[in-house]
Design a protein around this ligand. Structure first.
Ligand SMILES: *Cc1c(COP(=O)(O)O)cnc(C)c1O
Length: 362
């Protein structure tokens, strides 16, 4: 029997892509599928989007190799570039598009003996101050790269926004101005928008946009849900009741005996826990859907189980379906309860959760 299961709705995924395209119709879409497609399964997600996107983007070389080996032939951008000579050689041969963010990476391309060519992106540090070259360095680095034998048809420009999820951030305005300034006299495709910018800033429409979280139906904005941006949740995290028990008033439940019932009730035990990626810190009162009805999580989440208060009148049975997040129970407010963001809850699902793929636009 499948217990902990992440049901991934590929039709919802494509609807979200269409919604994002409509925000910036003139930009090509680079689907960000790093982190196993934010926990959704990068191969299945990439196959489902392949026909509709320009290219894919991942954070690490190994993530791109997984996609190539699965038959994904579109360009794959390496958002942080290559981390040594060997990766550089293979990346060129596999037609990945590495982002160049330091001088070591340029040296590895120059020293490469591989005869194939590919395209590259130059990272402009417009204000995030993690990776990239300063505004003053960009023209020189661009010229230097264009001379290399491994460069195919272009060296484009990317930068990443640090505050695009904040309303009217002056930092975003500043980063945009810096990006324009650094690249205005140079020839090559440009890419700046993440999900947040794509959804709210038409002035940040360049050649290519790089949405991640919004593809999966989750909002990047605090205090909101995907639905508020007309996005549909792609993942529904499910499990099942493995016990339904009578529980007396005043009795505790679970580790630490943290919660005691105020009255006689029925408790449901659900086969999912922090060993699956459902946070141990999720507090009593967090909504869980049982047979379509919201009931509170009670007591401490354990490794393999959690408990819910079904109510004295409950007629739920062993084997009944439980939805932890997704359709009908958005992940964003749950993340807020444990001091994090939807991104982290999605990506921290463990390999014990079975991913299942469906096509059902609701
Ligand atoms: C992760 C990432 C994105 C996507 O960001 P979202 O907020 O998920 O849309 C875009 N660009 C870069 C460089 C990234 O690392």
């Amino acid at each position: 029997m499948v217990t902990a299961e992440a049901v991934v709705d590929l039709a919802a995924l494509r609807n979200n892509l269409a919604r994002l395209k409509s925000c910036q119709p003139d930009s090509k879409m680079v689907a960000v599928v790093k982190g196993n497609a934010y926990g959704h399964g990068s191969v299945e997600v990439s196959r489902a989007l392949n026909e509709w996107v320009d290219s894919f983007a991942v954070a690490r070389f190994e993530e791109a190799v997984v996609l190539r080996h699965a038959g994904i032939s579109k360009p794959i951008v390496l958002l942080e570039g290559c981390f040594d000579q060997d990766e550089t050689d293979q990346a060129i041969a596999l037609n990945f598009q590495p982002v160049i963010q330091n001088d070591e990476q340029i040296a590895w391309i120059r020293q490469s003996l591989v005869t194939e060519k590919t395209n590259f992106w130059l990272k402009v540090d417009t204000g995030m101050h993690r990776l990239g070259f300063s505004l003053e360095e960009i023209a020189d680095k661009h010229r230097e790269l264009l001379k290399l034998a491994a460069v195919d048809s272009f060296v484009g420009f990317v930068s990443h926004l640090s505050c695009a999820d904040e309303q009217d951030s002056s930092r975003t305005d500043e980063q945009l101005a810096h990006f324009i300034e650094a690249t205005k006299t140079l020839v090559g495709p440009r890419s700046l928008a993440n999900s947040a910018a794509l959804l709210t800033r038409r002035d940040i429409a360049f050649d290519k946009a790089r949405p991640g979280i919004a593809l999966y139906g989750v909002t990047p904005f605090a205090g909101r849900c995907g639905q508020d941006e007309q996005l549909e949740p792609v993942m529904t995290l499910k499990s099942k009741l493995i016990a339904v028990r009578d529980h007396k008033k005043g009795e505790p439940v679970g580790y630490g005996g943290l919660w005691q019932s105020q009255s006689d009730t029925r408790l449901g035990v659900v086969a999912i826990g922090y060993g699956d990626g459902y946070p141990r810190t999720m507090p009593t009162g967090t909504p869980v859907l049982v047979n379509g009805r919201k009931v509170p999580l009670v007591g401490r989440v354990s490794m393999d189980m959690l408990t819910v208060d079904l109510g004295a009148q409950a007629s739920d049975r062993v084997g009944d379906e439980v939805i932890l997040w997704g359709k009908g129970n958005p992940v964003e407010p749950l993340a807020e309860r444990v001091g994090t963001i939807g991104y982290e809850l999605l990506i921290q699902l463990t390999s014990r959760v079975k991913r299942t793929y469906i096509e059902s636009a609701s």
